[in-house]
Design a protein around this ligand. Structure first.
Ligand SMILES: CC(=O)SCCNC(=O)CCNC(=O)[C@H](O)C(C)(C)COP(=O)(O)OP(=O)(O)OC[C@H]1O[C@@H](n2cnc3c(N)ncnc32)[C@H](O)[C@@H]1OP(=O)(O)O
Ligand SMILES: O=C([O-])CC(=O)C(=O)O
Length: 374
């Protein structure tokens, strides 16, 4: 294999278009949605307000939010045909593959016929994703065919209710809301860029989102929250974490949940989700997972100057809320759908097909040797 080239690889540092949705590593705490700092939104808004903001460019007033939530509420159930498809998917399938199939199938039975339906398609997916995930999970793991509707007023609460079959505590509902806000949007990250490339061919919303789900699945992107959980669960104590991580670095293994393509010294989402992890740990009475996570953070900073990204403390936070590890990345999907769909709409509003060039590094021109002589 040729030596790895870093300069210019991964399009790093190159602008690939314009957006009015988000800045990363520029102003405020380092992450803004439509001009609002993410920490301000996490403290003072709900996920539905953030979804409205991303789709409309402005935060809703009381009446607009009530109307929007009623619209989402009415679309939470999924068609029977989709339930039948979900029932066929085996238990050991990765839930991200279930989300991908669920999204794609919904696009079969409720297609976005033309772009005048783009907002409806986006809201439909936003409302239906918790049901797609939980219907499959509860059927394949517990043999239960759940009711996909609930009277929980927030999408985060609705998801927890479908997952556990009971109303979540106000605190768990709030943590889920904050988590969904933190994951909602992040400029031209890999999955969003996938969605925009797909949109630039004038494809439909369901295709754009299906492609984005496949991209988010990888452990270098959204899949890192699940991978981080798998890692910290293996550590028996803070000291053991440091020792084992030293070995991983020596073997040149990637430590999931650390580092970032754009941020250089910290990810502004980390402080927020880390504080919730600590709060939940104390209330849980067993802080060991949190303490191990803090040891990992210290070790990575001291040895490599690498910091926790949004995914790392999400692992312990979700774990303290009793969420199964394999559903961590699908929750990211439920949130990031808002960013993806907003970018699809933005791409469509000023479109040119995305088609960069490549530097050719292959063979010089040559002739085909007849097959018998090769
Ligand atoms: C919500 C999100 O998607 S946030 C990202 C989630 N992903 C992860 O947590 C996976 C772990 N992290 C990584 O793999 C990387 O930091 C990425 C993919 C996030 C960013 O990749 P890049 O932009 O190439 O990172 P960057 O240029 O800062 O890294 C350069 C070097 O730092 C080191 N490095 C960066 N992150 C890590 C890490 N987590 N563990 C060990 N070494 C690392 C590597 O030596 C890397 O060089 P190499 O992989 O080419 O040998
Ligand atoms: O921006 C990135 O490259 C990855 C990321 O943090 C995100 O998508 O939230």
């Amino acid at each position: 294999m040729s030596e790895k080239k870093i300069n210019g690889a991964g399009l790093r540092g190159q602008s690939a278009g314009e957006t009015s949705l988000c800045t990363v590593g520029k102003s405020g705490s380092g992450l803004t949605y439509c001009g609002y700092d993410v920490s301000d939104l996490a403290d003072n808004a709900s996920f539905e307000e953030v979804a409205y903001l991303l789709f409309n460019g402005e935060l809703p007033n009381v009446a607009e939010l009530a109307e929007y939530k009623a619209e989402l509420f009415a679309m939470r159930d999924i068609p029977q045909a989709l339930k039948e498809v979900l029932k066929l998917i085996p238990k050991d399938t990765h839930p991200m593959d279930v989300m991908r199939t669920g999204c794609s199938f919904l696009g079969n039975v409720e297609p976005e016929v033309d772009f005048s339906e783009q907002r409806k398609a986006a809201n439909r997916l936003l409302s239906a994703f918790p049901a797609i995930m939980c219907y499959w999970y509860r059927f394949s793991h517990e043999g239960v065919e759940i009711d996909c509707t609930s009277d929980e007023s927030s999408l985060g609460g609705h998801f927890l209710r479908l997952l556990k079959g009971e109303s979540p505590s106000a605190q768990h509902e709030r943590v889920m809301d904050v988590s969904l806000i933190l994951y909602a949007e992040h400029e031209f990250n890999a999955s969003t860029f996938t969605a925009r490339v797909c949109a630039s061919t004038l494809s439909d919303m369901f295709s754009c989102v299906t492609g984005a789900i496949g991209t988010l699945r990888g452990p270098l992107h959204g899949g890192a929250n699940e991978a981080a959980m798998d890692m910290i669960q293996k550590f028996t104590s803070p000291a053991d974490a440091k020792e084992q991580m030293a070995g991983m670095l020596e073997r040149k293994e990637k430590i999931m949940g650390f580092g970032h393509a754009i941020y250089r010294t910290s990810d502004p989402r980390n402080d927020i989700i880390k504080a919730w992890s600590e709060k939940l740990a104390k209330e849980n009475g067993d802080t060991s997972l949190y303490d191990i996570s803090v040891a990992c953070e210290e070790f990575m900073w001291d040895t490599k100057k690498l910091f926790c990204n949004a995914d790392f403390f999400h692992a312990s936070t979700y774990n303290y809320m009793g969420i199964p590890t394999k559903l961590f990345t699908p929750i990211f999907v439920c949130s990031r759908l808002t960013g993806w769909a907003a970018h699809v709409m933005e791409q469509r509003s000023n479109n040119r097909i995305i088609r960069p060039s490549a530097d050719y590094i292959g063979s010089d021109p040559r002739k085909v040797t007849p097959i018998a002589q090769r």
